[in-house]
Design a protein around this ligand. Structure first.
Ligand SMILES: Nc1nc2c(c(=O)[nH]1)N[C@H]1C(S)=C(S)[C@@H](COP(=O)(O)OP(=O)(O)OC[C@H]3O[C@@H](n4cnc5c(=O)[nH]c(N)nc54)[C@H](O)[C@@H]3O)O[C@H]1N2
Ligand SMILES: Nc1nc2c(c(=O)[nH]1)N[C@H]1C(S)=C(S)[C@@H](COP(=O)(O)OP(=O)(O)OC[C@H]3O[C@@H](n4cnc5c(=O)[nH]c(N)nc54)[C@H](O)[C@@H]3O)O[C@H]1N2
Ligand code: SF4
Ligand SMILES: [Mo]
Length: 709
């Protein structure tokens, strides 16, 4: 709290102070200024900071209402405990909740082995919490089973970027480079609803002459501004990408000099797209030949051109291949590393970037070190003061952890900052998995659907109540300051992890006195790694409005652009890989003739556990709906105001419906922000990408029928 007070700009109105912090929600981490009544410990006003380069004063309705969570009457104030599944929760002391949890873990691990205990983390957690969670798994619990919700989010893009560029930073350039682009291709990204300030930046780029091309099966607030819209069937983006590269080659758009100098293995990729022409792709995707040709022509002609992917392209059982196919295009055009051009993926969660760097991913150690690489293992083991042989190896991915809970292999779990009861696919099975766990603990600040099956619930603090760092969409690490004191007995995640570690006999590895000491250790442990934070400190972050990694020493200014001269492979060249088109795991058939896809609306955030409680957001979109093309609604003769039944092989959900004028005809779209019997994840499937282990959240076969009046 001392640092907090330093950050306040006081004395401009009696009793009121201003604090700088960052939003609680998405990866833009918009810089916010809060006016706080320090006497009442209340935030009275919030606005976007104009002097912060990422959001330039902009924010969206979620950020503007984010502080309402702080004072919400639903906040968890005390630890909750119940013994067994059916009893009622009772409020207990921190000591009782922590002692009980440590006991349960120890007993279960003694009876069933260390790997019967799992951790499930989240991309909303600070870098400090993520780092500690990874260390807690490996050093205190000694389990290999730790993964996080980013597996459902960034894992396909991360795998493809690592393979091609040798490192994965969502955007390898500052967001402001968008203003220099002359053509932007958005692939399965709904920026207007999911990253609203980015949509405004795109409009500004358009005013300066840039063409915007969108690839999305449906019309959205994002596609409204597009100069060219491609509406493929869900799950067919890779075919579109192959045809675009075929066209670019045919139109003479390959930058041969760049490819020779900076890319290894490009010939094989060109060979592989010899037959994937626009007529071939039209049959698979439904996108007319002339639109594919025009998109290819614009990508060549309007230079620099930038390709940005979102979850629409990535959350598939072939997500990695699809991203790879788009990276191949950006490299063929010679754009990666150019200001205003290239390739990037739009990270989603608040700390989706840092969340995948610092060790809560099954195969990773802090700084993007690999848990299977001998040198990386030795380095981290030494830094942590343990033997390399005692460092567990790679464990299961998020969805596989839940599956292992279902099969009884995993028996104890701690979920920190995620709500898989709503957000994991094949919801009925996942709820069964969570409720069959002999022991489940959850850390959250609101009682979530996942808490419903827990034995212990730890009350955590919210963004403006704790300090910590987040790494935003650009790879810029920012410092969030606390502005208010937490309610009741809520505690920061880093403190909860540390206290539990002490009870598991790992006290000497967790002797942190405050969150800044955790950050300082994280920085040291990442020295020399790909995501090197070792030149950062809290004061330096604040002075510089965040720092881009790598930042390897105290005098280093950070690295806003990564690939201007070289890629991160030993020969400094990018890699490309030939991609083939693969059908989705569950193509439509006579029984389930449509393609169900899922996504987001502006007003709600992920599992909705936060935004469903905010009056302005909940009243704007109170329940889920299914979006249907006008054509299909006409064919099915749907009656206005009468609900429809949406069914897949895994379940059915009753929903209201609305039409979308240009939506691809086989597509049905449902937002996933609700739990219980309204959860679209009761319908989604578990097919996983073989490389990233990303579930196919963006397409499955579905049927839709009108319900009785
Ligand atoms: N308001 C709001 N903002 C958010 C979030 C939120 O929950 N709410 N979540 C944050 C997080 S964690 C993330 S990951 C990002 C996600 O941000 P986005 O990826 O932009 O969000 P989605 O709505 O999941 O999907 C984007 C678009 O993909 C389209 N789509 C569906 N299937 C396909 C397909 O097969 N191919 C193509 N090309 N497109 C397809 C959908 O129609 C949708 O318009 O947003 C972040 N920002
Ligand atoms: N069908 C379908 N399913 C999807 C997706 C989709 O597009 N379609 N998208 C996927 C994607 S991209 C994502 S990112 C996942 C997200 O899925 P979830 O992990 O379920 O996302 P959240 O709702 O953010 O869950 C975070 C929980 O932790 C709490 N929380 C937030 N911040 C903190 C914190 O700092 N500490 C603690 N202790 N708790 C905190 C919140 O209150 C919330 O209950 O959903 C995935 N699921
Ligand atoms: S939700 Fe995202 S865009 Fe909206 S204010 Fe927060 S960080 Fe900014
Ligand atoms: Mo996400």
């Amino acid at each position: 709290m001392t640092l907090t007070m330093q950050a306040a700009v006081t004395g401009w109105e009696p009793g009121l102070s201003r604090f700088n912090t960052h939003c609680s929600y998405c990866a833009l981490q918009c810089a916010l200024r809060m006016r706080v009544d320090t006497g009442l410990n209340r935030v009275v006003k919030v606005w976007g900071r104009r002097d912060f380069p990422t959001n330039r004063g902009l924010s969206c309705i979620k950020g503007q209402t984010a502080h309402q969570q702080i004072h919400h009457h639903d906040r968890l104030m005390k630890p909750l405990l119940r013994k067994g599944q059916s009893g009622a929760f009772r409020e207990v002391s921190w000591k009782e909740a922590l002692d009980f949890t440590a006991d349960q873990f120890q007993q279960i691990q003694r009876d069933h082995g260390v790997d019967s205990a799992a951790l499930f983390g989240g991309g909303a957690l600070t870098n400090e919490a993520v780092y500690l969670l990874g260390k807690f798994a490996r050093v205190a619990l000694k389990t290999r089973q730790i993964d996080y919700n980013g597996r459902y989010c960034m894992s396909s893009a991360a795998a493809a970027q690592n393979a091609s560029f040798g490192v994965d930073r969502g955007l390898n350039f500052p967001l402001s480079d968008i203003f220099e682009a002359r053509c932007v291709l958005l692939v399965g990204a709904n920026t207007a609803e999911c990253l609203p300030p980015v949509q405004i930046f795109l409009k500004r780029a358009q005013k300066r002459g840039a063409k915007i091309i969108t690839i999305d099966p449906r019309d959205s607030r994002t596609t409204k501004i597009a100069n060219l819209k491609l509406s493929p069937r869900p799950g067919t983006d890779s075919a579109l990408a192959l045809a675009l590269l075929n066209e670019i080659a045919a139109q003479g758009g390959v930058d041969k000099k760049y490819v020779d100098e900076r890319v290894a293995g490009f010939e094989a990729v060109l060979d592989s797209v010899r037959d994937t022409n626009a007529p071939w792709a039209e049959k698979i995707t439904g996108v007319p030949v002339n639109l594919i040709r025009q998109a290819a022509q614009w990508l060549i002609r309007f230079n620099p051109s930038l390709i940005l992917t979102g979850r629409g392209a990535e959350q598939h059982s072939k997500g990695v291949e699809t991203v790879q196919a788009f990276i191949n295009i950006a490299l063929a055009l010679g754009q990666v590393g150019k200001i205003g051009g290239g390739f990037g993926t739009l990270t989603g969660q608040g700390n989706g970037q840092g969340g995948r760097e610092h060790g809560q991913k099954a195969d990773q150690l802090p700084g993007y070190r690999s848990i299977e690489n001998p040198q990386d293992r030795a380095y981290v083991a030494e830094a942590w003061g343990i033997e390399e042989k005692d460092l567990p190896r790679k464990g299961l991915s998020a969805q596989e952890i839940l599956q292992a809970a279902d099969s009884g292999e995993i028996k104890a779990m701690w979920v920190v900052g995620s709500n898989p009861a709503v957000s994991a696919p094949n919801g009925n099975r996942m709820k069964k998995a969570l409720s069959s766990l002999p022991f489940l603990a959850v850390s959250d600040f609101f009682f979530s659907e996942t808490c419903q099956t827990a034995q212990v619930v730890f009350p955590a603090t919210l963004f403006a109540e704790e300090e910590g760092t987040m790494t935003n969409i650009e790879g810029r690490c920012v410092l969030r300051r606390a502005a208010v004191r937490p309610p009741g007995e809520a505690k920061p995640d880093w403190w909860i992890i540390t206290e539990l570690a002490k009870r598991l006999g790992a006290e000497k590895y967790f002797s942190f006195t405050d969150v800044e000491t955790v950050f300082n250790e994280l920085c040291l442990v990442t020295a020399g790694a790909r995501a090197d934070y070792s030149g950062m400190t809290y004061n330096k972050l604040e002075r510089n409005k965040g720092l881009f990694w790598p930042c390897p020493d105290a005098n280093h200014p950070g690295t806003p652009r990564l690939f201007e001269k070289s890629f991160a492979h030993p020969d400094e060249k990018a890699r490309v890989k030939a991609v083939e088109f693969h059908e989705s795991a569950e193509p439509p058939d006579a029984e389930y003739p449509y393609r169900l896809t899922t996504g987001r609306v502006l007003e709600h955030y992920l599992s909705g556990n936060q935004t469903r409680r905010i009056e302005d957001l909940q009243s704007a979109v109170p329940e889920p709906f299914v979006e249907i093309s006008e054509k299909l609604a006409g064919k099915l003769k749907l009656r206005t105001g009468v609900k429809v039944k949406l069914a897949t092989r895994r379940g059915e959900v009753s929903l209201s419906w609305r039409t979308n004028p240009i939506q691809e005809e086989s597509t049905l779209f449902v937002p996933f922000h609700w739990g219980g019997d309204k959860s679209v994840n009761l319908l989604t499937q578990e097919a996983l990408d073989p490389v990233s282990r990303m579930p196919e959240l963006k397409v499955c076969a579905a049927n839709l029928t009108q319900e009785k009046d």
